[in-house]
Design a protein. Structure first.
Length: 133
């Protein structure tokens, strides 16, 4: 997605101070205002406050997006593709490292898909996804 590589600093350079000031100096808030269904915290690089509101819900939505849209795997295949390497290569290593997950892939997946899987499902037959550069 082209939005994935969008730098918030670039936006500040391109939009007038008047527009940015309307959104409390936050280009992230401006994008969310105009594109509420398209702009998500995990699609924008750089510092912003998008993760703070409904944090666990945002983390769950980000995880569902990662496996459903980005990796394009079926829900039943998630335990096969939920590896540290795949998550890190997709740029989601920081999410996995945060509380409450602290590196536990099962907790990350269970937050997004409550009680759909058991921890044992994440032990065998793991596959690495080949991501396009």
């Amino acid at each position: 997605s082209p939005l994935r590589n969008l730098q918030l600093v670039d936006l500040r350079k391109r939009f007038s101070a008047v527009v940015i000031n309307r959104f409390n100096g936050s280009s992230y808030n401006m994008l969310v205002h105009y594109f509420p269904e398209k702009i998500k915290p995990w699609l924008i690089s750089g510092p912003h406050s998008g993760w703070k509101k409904d944090r666990l819900q945002n983390l769950a939505e980000a995880t569902r997006w990662l496996f459903g849209s980005y990796f394009n795997v079926q829900e039943v295949e998630i335990p096969i593709y939920a590896t540290f390497e795949n998550i890190r290569k997709a740029g989601f290593g920081g999410i996995l490292a945060t509380r409450p997950f602290r590196g536990n892939i099962y907790k990350l997946i269970d937050n997004a898909y409550p009680r759909k899987f058991t921890p044992e499902k994440f032990d065998n037959h793991r596959k690495v996804i080949q991501l396009k550069d």
